[in-house]
Design a protein around this ligand. Structure first.
Ligand SMILES: C[S@@+](CC[C@H](N)C(=O)[O-])C[C@H]1O[C@@H](n2cnc3c(N)ncnc32)[C@H](O)[C@@H]1O
Length: 235
């Protein structure tokens, strides 16, 4: 499909009327330059690191601090690397992403699932069946982030941690428009609002874990705990 065809297709699409709309953001906040189906963009595996070693170490350290040893971990928007601390054993690590070759090559995953979260935000997992979750350098690609984060809350046990990490890089044709219009502080505010709108997260905090080394990629996080009470609305 040419870009112009994609634009036409998306312009005639019925607008999504889910909880993401409750964010009250400008119209077209979740449009992307490339509106072709996401699996097309991820057809070829990319065995690359998306942030530098210092920023990866910061993600790993955050997971080390937050994720319980022996827990069942969900790596959402996963690839061939999960950045989990090598010395920590988990009961099971499950990855969800778009490229099967990458997921199959990820040595930390015990199980994986290929699922387009923009086409289908519902997660095929039991309620309260995970002890922690991470979304690393990927939240900017979600067109229905509140629905996905609410689902993530559903599958985590009450009190379980979530770490959403991000830097200042992205695939610009696939990142949503609102992400591209904001700076680092704005990204942290946006992800905080996503979690608040999902209504099943508590203790939401924005962190700057940028490594001190000059020239390192910046690394930011928004973390939260799966709240004790259920969100009233369903996805
Ligand atoms: C920049 S990569 C980050 C991968 C990995 N989390 C990491 O830290 O290296 C973005 C990831 O988001 C996933 N992704 C992008 N759009 C997605 C979608 N619509 N549904 C599910 N996963 C998606 C891709 O599979 C890809 O692995």
């Amino acid at each position: 499909m040419h870009a112009s065809d994609a634009a036409t297709a998306s312009a005639t699409r019925v607008p999504f009327q889910g909880p993401t709309m409750a964010l009250d953001l400008p119209a077209d906040s979740f449009r992307r330059y490339d509106e072709s189906p996401d699996p097309w963009f991820y057809t070829q595996p990319r065995f690359v690191e998306h942030i530098d070693d210092g920023a990866i170490a910061a993600v790993t350290q955050l997971y080390r601090e937050l994720f319980p040893t022996g827990g069942r971990i969900l790596d959402l928007m996963s690839s061939w690397v999960s950045h989990l601390p090598a010395e920590v054993d988990y009961r099971q690590v499950v990855g969800v992403g778009l490229n099967e070759e990458e997921l199959a090559a990820n040595p930390r995953l015990d199980a994986y699932l290929v699922q387009d979260l923009n086409a289908s935000p519902s997660l095929p997992f039991e309620d309260h069946s995970f002890d922690a979750a991470g979304i690393c350098v990927s939240i900017q690609y979600l067109t229905h982030p509140v629905e996905v984060l609410r689902e993530l809350g559903r599958v985590l046990r009450p009190g379980a941690p979530l770490a959403v990490t991000f830097s200042n890089r992205c695939f610009p044709t696939k990142a949503v428009a609102i992400w591209q219009s904001l700076d680092d502080a704005g990204h942290a505010e946006l992800v905080t609002r996503y979690l608040q709108a999902a209504r099943n997260w508590s203790d939401i905090r924005a962190l700057d874990r940028t490594p001190p080394a000059f020239g390192s990629d910046p690394l930011f996080a928004v973390v939260g705990l799966r709240s004790a009470s259920e969100a009233r609305a369903t996805v």
